[in-house]
Design a protein. Sequence first.
Length: 179
Amino acid sequence: MKLLLTRHGQTDWNVAGKIQGTTDIELNETGIQQAKATGEKLLDYNIDIIIASPLKRAKKTAEIIRGNRDIQILLDEGLRERCFGEFEGKTREEFDFSEIWNYKLNKQYENAESTGELFKRVQKFLNRIQEEYKDKTVLLVTHGGVTVPIRATLEGIPEGMEVLQGLGIDNCEVKEYDL
């Protein structure tokens, strides 16, 4: 399986430094242009299927990347952004963002998905698609938070790293894996 991983295009909340989580924010004009550029970059790939988060910003990014190519887009809850609960809409300066991403601490919150819960959900998704699409080229269009456990699973967690938010990828950045 060839796996291509990208994050949705930019939103106004990205610019403002606000945590989006499951809040359903639209792409801004820069995000639309980023998605178009990523679509151009991926024209040489024979993508069999695109699997995207159902949130508007990822779904729209997937549609723009696909363009007029005949590629099915599946929406999958396994790629939905991490629920940050009461932290959504806040900036990283308004709370201890590194605590939320501390893998070893795995703090449990009343309304937010813990790091462990996120990893379990995403690893279950990855196991399923590796079985289902083992001989295919698959593009995943997801969110910064979801790219963390995907990269940690496929690349490993760097030695001594406990706070994992640094594993996320930029808007419309593409990572490629052969599984």
